[in-house]
Design a binder for this molecule. Structure first.
Ligand code: B1M
Length: 214
């Protein structure tokens, strides 16, 4: 029953029916499925398949936009549930997070921001297409001890390196740990640009955040 619901969620994204995606997400919550299960086993496989079809030219930009709408609206249902389930830890740290300049992919970054917030971090989410100078300015202004940089495109992951260099030039690199994420990013890239770590998904990002600040 629960597997069937998760498959239906995946298929509704692939078929481009956002209203159905949201309705099924509501049903899955009502059936007692964990929000992270719904995300990781229902929504994300759907987005991955839409992305794969786009890559081979079977789907086009409107397909991506419609799927993103279904995922975003479902996330709006799931975020309060995610927060409610996490045990708040007092002052785990102050985080500035955003998707780098030139990149408007929002969903994964926002999921990481929600999970960090639910885990007791004070989160300043700067959104998407964030200029490098804005990251530097916000780190200075908030005294953040963690900076999260999301990049979903091979063409924008290089901006993560620019932000780290800009922090160094501003004399802020020692005050803030920098963590990275996004589909094209990996540990090797993180090491090569002098970041403090990389996480594959939102759960990994919370573990990483706690580890680098420990
Ligand atoms: Co775009 N897109 N897209 N897209 N899109 C990808 C990324 C792509 C892989 C699709 C494909 O071709 N297979 C491809 C990139 C190819 C590449 O560079 N190698 C691509 C492309 C090419 C493009 C455009 C260039 C298309 C065009 O215009 N011709 C364009 C770029 C626009 C721009 O940014 N300048 C574009 C646009 C869009 C939409 C706007 C239509 C839409 C985004 C809408 C939105 O976010 N509001 C969109 C979408 C939806 C996707 C796919 C299908 C799904 C992304 C997503 O939301 N996944 C994507 C294919 C894919 O990823 N399978 C694709 C679900 C989300 C939960 O996962 O974002 O990976 P994800 O986040 C994960 C992890 O990565 C990690 O944790 C998250 C949760 O588990 N993570 C972090 C993310 N950030 C982290 C930060 C951390 C730690 C972990 O610490 C700080």
């Amino acid at each position: 029953m629960s597997n069937e619901l998760l498959n239906q969620i995946t298929n509704s994204l692939i078929e481009g029916d956002p209203d159905q995606t949201v309705a099924l997400t509501g049903q899955a919550l009502a059936a007692g499925l964990e929000p992270l299960t719904i995300i990781n086993q229902g929504l994300v496989p759907g987005m991955d398949e839409v992305g794969a079809r786009f890559q081979v030219g079977e789907y086009f930009l409107p397909h991506l936009i419609i799927a993103a709408k279904g995922m975003e609206q479902s996330m709006a249902l799931l975020e309060p549930e995610l927060r409610a389930r996490q045990q708040a830890v007092e002052s785990a740290g102050t985080v500035v997070i955003g998707t780098v300049h030139g990149d408007i992919h929002e969903i994964g970054k926002s999921l990481v921001a929600t999970m960090l917030s639910a885990s007791g971090f004070k989160v300043h989410d700067l959104g998407v297409d964030v200029p490098t100078s804005t990251f530097v300015q916000k780190v200075r202004e908030t005294g953040a001890n963690l900076l999260g940089l999301s990049a979903l495109l091979t063409t924008t992951m290089t901006v993560q390196r620019e932000v780290i260099e800009a922090l160094r030039e501003a004399g802020l690199r020692d005050q803030v740990k920098v963590i990275l994420g996004g589909a094209p990013v990996n540990q090797e890239w993180s090491d090569s640009i002098g970041a403090d770590g990389y996480a594959e998904d939102a759960v990994g990002a919370i573990e990483l955040a706690k580890r680098v600040l420990a």
